[in-house]
Ligand binder design. Structure first.
Ligand SMILES: CC[C@H](C(=O)O)C(=O)SCCNC(=O)CCNC(=O)[C@H](O)C(C)(C)COP(=O)(O)OP(=O)(O)OC[C@H]1O[C@@H](n2cnc3c(N)ncnc32)[C@H](O)[C@@H]1OP(=O)(O)O
Ligand SMILES: [Co+2]
Length: 139
């Protein structure tokens, strides 16, 4: 399995609007894309571009959002997960399964429109880890 680039760092926030203001005013982020809802994943998402990766701001969408408990523990929000790209999500799934890592839920389409899955933080040194298939290169 070939580990690819760090695609994004997921940051949970109680307010995407407030976090965007911080990235604009304190961090000097120029291009902050419009937020969008991912109902199937229970989050509202806003990407902040950096030169070599992204910050993925995520806000709970619905009472059963997977980040509700995280925000109960961290009311101001905080670093939630990291996401690495792989060339082939199925091969990666087989790889991590073979390594005995707990894979959380089914492989599904993530915020970049490609298949993703999550690895349990307890199997990843305390870091919730998202594995994402790299977007296909436009020809
Ligand atoms: C997919 C769209 C988008 C994208 O990029 O495409 C996203 O990234 S959306 C991101 C939101 N979705 C998810 O996070 C889905 C996967 N997450 C889960 O299934 C849960 O959040 C889970 C299982 C990681 C945690 O569940 P819960 O919040 O209910 O907490 P638990 O009490 O079950 O936690 C067990 C144990 O893990 C520790 N924990 C929880 N969250 C994290 C975290 N983000 N980072 C590190 N550790 C975490 C928690 O403290 C518990 O540890 P313990 O020592 O037992 O207290
Ligand atoms: Co993510």
């Amino acid at each position: 399995m070939k580990l690819g680039r760090l695609n994004h760092v997921g940051v949970a926030t109680p307010s995407i609007e407030r976090s965007v203001a911080t990235y604009r005013e304190t961090m000097g982020a120029e291009v902050v894309r419009d937020p969008f809802d991912l109902p199937a994943q229970g989050v509202r998402v806003c990407f902040v571009d950096t030169p070599n990766s992204q910050i993925e701001l995520i806000e709970p969408l619905g009472a059963d959002s997977p980040i509700v408990k995280f925000l109960e523990r961290n009311p101001e929000g905080g670093q939630h997960h990291v996401c690495f790209e792989v060339p082939d999500i199925e091969a990666a799934h087989t790889w991590f399964d073979g390594k005995g890592c707990r894979i959380l839920g089914p492989t599904r389409i993530g915020a970049h429109g490609t298949p993703i899955f999550f690895l349990h933080p307890k199997d990843m040194g305390g870091v919730l880890t998202e594995i994402m298939e790299s977007p296909k290169q436009a020809h």
